[in-house]
Design a protein around this ligand. Sequence first.
Ligand code: ITT
Length: 200
Amino acid sequence: MKFVIATGNAHKVEEFSRMLKNLDFSAISAKELGIDMDEAEEDGDTFEANALIKAQYACEKSGLPAFADDSGLCVDALGGRPGIYSARYAQNDQARITKLLKELDGVKEENRTAKFVSAIACVFPDGKKFTVRGETEGKIDFEPRGVGGFGYDPVFLYEGKSFGQMTGVEKDAVSHRGKALEKCLLELKKITEEDIYADK
Ligand code: ITT
């Protein structure tokens, strides 16, 4: 079965493609199919709701099963912000990091706890759908470190290393997106098995 990766974010496509590379799973990006994911209006009030909106949109446009990730950074000292508004927090990655560090100015190391959240939604042409969630806890550093990854990775500290200092494979092994994808693949396996039994 071929899936659409319903995202307009090239970094997410890169991470999903890397994680799915050695698996028996065929995926194509929305961009390769000429689908403009900016047209999907993310007006949900949870990560799951927004992931469903994006997956539903790509599924309708392509006629193929689709999966989408809605993700973000929840910072405890900011009451969980930017959360589902992580992409809209500022214009670009550099501006987002600068704004975040400014908001956390004066916040002590022990109070800089945060988590990355990824909700993945899968939507099928027959209307079947599900969502799963992965979370990774860490801390917001006082300055950016490393040039790997994307978004808030250079300031997200996980066990002494920022996500920006990790290789892609190292990040995948502990990331919110890696955890969500693992759950997603388990759900898909269940669905496939149910279908096989239903056919018998
Ligand atoms: P799509 O909606 O097209 O998938 P997007 O970038 O707008 O692309 P989101 O709405 O899910 O995606 O916003 C997620 C934002 O949260 C993303 O732009 C980053 O700023 C941040 N983010 C999510 N996962 C991240 C990660 O693994 N590392 C760093 N920042 C991340």
